[in-house]
Design a protein around this ligand. Structure first.
Ligand SMILES: Cc1ncc(COP(=O)(O)O)c(C=O)c1O
Ligand code: FES
Length: 394
């Protein structure tokens, strides 16, 4: 395969070698079912316990409050559906935001059909939720506030500590989709009054198909998958032991390297942002200038189609994204970019670059050079750009 520069780490990440190494014996040697009684099974059971402890430590949680799932989408579904079911006799109102991942938004749409009332809070032009509007939306019927810790498209970080405090003050449960934030920024479930938190292994150099839902002790959420007694009778099914081992090692690694890794990423991120702003006219940085994920760069380039830009970047060996991975392929502009107030035609010309600790300034130079050339080429073919330039020159 040709050399690639992978800048789509918000979609998924490369599994770290130490993660693969830790997982391998659990496929071939220690393959016992953790629920069985013999020694071989005990090894698997111990591995699951250790994985749970490692994941818990990233968010300062009690390991007994970590429930393994098949990933972020399942965790989001579980948190919302089970909370609604358990607390609907108290009230049917849920507050969320317009920029959540589809795992939240599509679940909310489904809940609306079951009788839930959902308020979707606006965000400002940087993608930060309007706390005033959130507070005003609270009614005696409100049972849950679900706000993501960091946005997957534009990288904006949300004031989850303030939101947790508001929820606590009103006796409302608080869930946060921390799939993008987990292991990237410090989060403590107690300090932020988080009752439920979703995380996913494959965003932190761990394997795909494993994640967790943190559920604070005392919540009466039903089990999401019925069957055996795994995950303290709340999520049946033989544990994904290699996945849990890998997720645990990835979590431990993310926590251990967080400070150094993210400092490095922020340096390259800001270098790249500045270079794009200096070298490419008619572009706009999306997301908050500073309160953003360490590895997120998101720009809109006027007069071009993001999809064409992506295809041409791919030909140059650069993997990027135009919105969230799962909205690519649909012709609708991203709901997140529309929520921050971008007009459709500008939202369509957007590009998300999500770096890793391996991304260097040399990579950034090469990528910006490529973007610059491609944007110029695409603009030279755009009648809109031609019209615009004619007006400018008048
Ligand atoms: C914010 C957010 N929530 C949820 C998910 C879904 O996670 P998973 O792919 O593990 O189901 C993602 C993945 O893109 C995400 O970015
Ligand atoms: S889940 Fe709906 S587009 Fe991704």
């Amino acid at each position: 395969m040709k050399k690639i520069i992978y800048l789509d780490n918000a979609a998924t990440t490369k599994v770290a070698p130490e993660v693969v190494e830790a997982m391998l014996p659990y496929f071939t040697e220690y393959y016992g079912n953790p629920s069985s009684v013999y020694e071989l099974a005990g090894i698997s059971k111990k591995a699951v316990t250790e994985g749970r402890e490692k994941v818990a430590s990233v968010i300062g949680a009690n390991p007994n409050d970590i429930y393994f799932t098949a990933g972020g989408s399942e965790s989001d579904n579980w948190a919302l559906k089970a909370t609604y079911e358990a607390y609907k006799s108290k009230g049917n109102h849920i507050i969320t935001t317009k920029i959540e991942h589809h795992a939240i938004l599509h679940t909310c749409e489904w809940l609306e059909k079951q009788g839930a009332k959902i308020t979707y809070i606006d965000v400002d032009e940087n993608g930060v939720v309007d706390l005033d509007q959130l507070q005003k939306a609270i009614t005696p019927e409100t049972i849950l506030i679900s706000v993501m810790a960091a946005n997957n498209e534009i990288g904006t970080l949300q004031p989850i500590k303030e939101i947790g405090a508001i929820a606590k003050e009103h006796g409302i449960l608080f869930h946060t989709d921390a799939v993008q934030a987990f292991g990237q920024i410090p989060i403590n479930v107690d300090e932020c009054n988080i009752d439920m938190l979703s995380s996913s292994g494959h965003k932190i150099n761990g394997p795909k198909g494993i994640g967790c839902l943190y559920i604070r002790k005392g919540l009466k959420l039903r089990s999401f998958v019925h069957g055996g007694a795994q995950e303290r009778k709340r999520r049946a099914g033989t544990e994904n032991v290699p996945g849990i081992v890998g997720y645990g090692v990835a979590a431990e690694r993310a926590l251990r390297t967080m400070e150094e890794r993210t400092a490095k990423e922020i340096e390259v991120r800001d270098y790249m942002i500045k270079k794009i702003q200096e070298e490419i006219p008619y572009c706009k940085l999306n997301g908050h200038p500073t309160l953003r994920l360490p590895n997120n760069v998101n720009f809109s380039f006027q007069f071009i189609e993001g999809e064409s830009l992506l295809i041409m970047l791919d030909m140059a060996g650069i993997c990027a994204s135009s919105g969230s991975a799962c909205t690519s392929g649909s012709l609708d502009p991203s709901h997140v970019l529309l929520a921050i107030g971008l007009p459709h035609e500008i939202a369509h010309g957007s590009l998300r670059l999500t770096l890793s600790e391996e991304t260097t300034k040399e990579d950034a130079d090469f990528v910006v050079e490529q973007i610059k050339g491609i944007v110029a080429r695409l603009r030279s073919m755009s009648p809109l750009y031609e019209d615009f330039m004619k007006k400018q020159n008048k």
